[in-house]
Write a new protein. Structure first.
Lengths: 298, 325
């Protein structure tokens, strides 16, 4: 019979349990690896995460422990010197990475969740719902994000949770706009029309058609948000709005203000912030290149 | 007992920047259970719009309104709320489209997309059902094949996946909108075989929308010929093709390629194009292109019952037969 003529025997494409979450995941990964800055960024991020996780074992001193060695320049004993009360700078940087990364992760996740939710609802239902939600997002957007975060933390207090909340407030509108645009685009595709013809509900269409297809730009935006969160948090801490019980990189910079001639207090922390933010942006850019091309869908 | 799809005097009005137009004008179609019916006509004559109007796929932003009746099993589809309408879509009336790639979700494996439509919650049962569906539409039913993504398949295979998705809801009526238009000729024939086979096996009704008369003669028993938003002729496929009553049907049939003829005479056309909706308000809409047009065509032609189920909307046959309406 003619039925089986254009059938090609299936070959095993992916090993079981290792299917990529996005279509053409393998090619996307290969494209990502072909972009050197992205790979460098990824390596830096991985190293920073590992160091932060293993801080207790790696750090030579307790970052809060004061000592008699006040404001000492780098030496064999204190590789990056000590601060005004004799605390080891290297240990502070190692432990400070934890705070910065936690802030980045929580903020990134919060932005992703709130931004996608608002954006998806606005794009899917459109009309008045869309108008109201987007005006709210614009209210947040017209205030510079750093100023907004500054006000929120100044009012609520410099607690790590409040700092994250403030950063999410500053970053969610952009994510919401991005998701809304993607949803609007996907909703007009034949794919969604076809999903309606088989009687799928709105929920099912959002979950299995709209969100997975909007994922690549979301991933990219999230990596960029991670970098922004680290930078904004460091900025807040630099102005003295850091959580005093959890020293971050920005807090080290804030202490360094008191004596700028002690370069070993300001430069290393500054360099680390610079590297991590740059790395996050490189990774974002690499993901952008890797996930965008539609050739993987052909 | 199911009575199938019954559409009576169905009109669709759309809002356009130029005003309200009626691309579908008092169309009456009937698809009885396990009957195979074709809706045929040129591009732009309202075939797809008829389907979309019946199944309510026209977005409210452009829809001005529908009139007439479109009912399934005696239930007026226009009266259903969204939730009840969803029960009809997919479970009772399923659709197959052209351009399968755009209709499939690029982020899901084809197996998962078929599985999504199945009603049962039991994973094992779903898997066996998907396997059976893939086999019935002529696809490789191995696990590896079901885990492929749409972009990894050929056009013909994608179309088969789309058919499998349509069948997954176990519908009573399969509506195929130009199901083979984007495919090459050999694959077209195979897909048509598949569609007719599954429709026969499952005792389903079939409504094919196409401009391809070959598709009509191969798959269907009954045909409606549509022109400029109106049904101009209807009847059993064999009878209509043997002895078309309406000049438009005659023209369409004359356009079919005949390889036996000399090359220069093979391609024939009907001169002119379908008038845009709203441009012809009275009289026969085909008269500007009709070789047999005469004075009377300026007045609305009657719908003539030729014999049995056959009707034609034309003055010519009305001279020899009694009027239907």
């Amino acid at each position: 019979m003619s039925l089986t003529r254009d059938v090609v025997p299936g070959t095993r494409r992916w090993r079981t349990g290792r299917r990529p979450p996005v279509p053409g995941g393998r090619q996307a990964w290969r494209r990502f690896l072909g972009h050197p800055p992205a790979v460098a960024g990824l390596v830096i991020l991985i190293v920073v995460v590992l160091v932060a996780v293993a801080a207790d074992w790696i750090a030579p001193y307790d970052p809060q422990a004061v000592s008699q060695a006040l404001l000492e320049p780098p030496s064999g004993e204190h590789l990056l010197g000590t601060d005004t009360v004799g605390r080891d700078i290297l240990s502070q940087i190692i432990h400070g990475g934890r705070v910065s990364l936690i802030v980045a992760l929580v903020t990134g996740l919060g932005t992703l969740v709130i931004g996608s939710l608002v954006g998806a609802v606005a794009g899917f239902y459109g009309g008045r719902v869309d108008a109201v939600l987007m005006r709210i997002a614009e209210v947040f957007q017209v205030i510079p994000s750093f100023a907004l975060a500054l006000i929120i933390v100044a009012v609520l207090g410099a607690n790590l949770a409040y700092i994250c909340a403030a950063l999410v407030m500053a970053l969610w509108p952009q994510m919401a706009r991005l998701v809304r645009g993607e949803v609007l685009r996907i909703m007009t595709t034949d794919m969604v029309a076809a999903a309606r013809t088989v009687g799928h509900s709105n929920r099912r269409i959002i979950m299995s058609d709209v969100l997975p297809n909007a994922l690549p730009p979301l991933i990219v935006q999230t990596t960029i948000d991670l970098g922004s969160a680290i930078l904004l948090q460091a900025g807040l801490a630099f102005l003295g709005l850091g959580d005093p019980s959890n020293l971050s990189w920005g807090d080290i910079l804030q202490q360094a203000q008191r004596d700028l001639s002690a370069w070993w207090m300001s430069v290393p922390a500054g360099v680390v912030i610079f590297l991590v933010v740059l790395a996050a942006n490189f990774v974002g850019d690499g993901l952008n290149r890797a996930l965008r091309p539609t050739s993987s869908h052909l | 007992m199911s009575t199938g799809l019954a559409v009576r005097d169905f009109s669709v009005a759309l809002k356009t920047p130029a005003g309200v137009i009626r691309p579908v004008d008092e169309v009456s179609i009937e698809v009885r259970p396990s009957q195979r019916v074709a809706l045929v006509g040129e591009s732009g004559c309202g075939k797809s719009m008829t389907l979309r109007g019946i199944l309510r796929f026209i977005p409210p932003s452009v829809l001005d309104g529908v009139s007439g009746e479109a009912s399934y099993d005696g239930v007026d589809l226009a009266q259903l709320d969204d939730r009840r309408l969803r029960d009809y879509r997919g479970r009772r009336i399923a659709m197959v489209f052209q351009d399968a790639l755009a209709r499939l979700n690029p982020t899901m494996t084809v197996g998962a997309q078929v599985e999504e439509v199945l009603a049962t919650r039991d994973r094992r049962a779903r898997e066996t059902q998907v396997t059976a569906l893939f086999r019935s539409v002529g696809l490789d039913n191995s696990r590896a094949f079901r885990r492929r993504y749409p972009h990894e398949l050929s056009g013909g295979m994608r179309q088969r996946v789309l058919i499998a998705i349509a069948l997954a809801g176990d519908p009573e009526l399969l509506v195929a909108d130009e199901p083979t238009t984007a495919l090459d000729v050999t694959v077209q024939a195979q897909i048509l075989d598949t569609i007719t086979d599954v429709v026969r096996e499952r005792g389903m009704a079939l409504l094919v929308v196409t401009h391809d008369l070959g598709v009509v003669s191969e798959t269907c028993e009954f045909v409606y010929v549509m022109y400029a938003g109106q049904i101009v002729e209807s009847g059993l496929v064999d009878a209509v093709f043997d002895d078309p009553g309406h000049p438009y049907t005659q023209g369409l049939l004359a356009c079919v390629l005949d390889v036996d003829e000399p090359v220069e005479q093979r391609v024939r056309t009907i001169p002119g194009v379908v008038p845009p909706p709203g441009s012809v308000t009275t009289g026969c809409r085909f008269r500007s292109r009709c070789p047999a047009a005469h004075d009377r065509c300026a007045a609305d032609p009657p719908v003539v019952r030729l014999d049995g189920d056959r009707t034609a909307r034309c003055w010519l046959p009305s001279d020899t037969a009694g009027e239907a309406s």
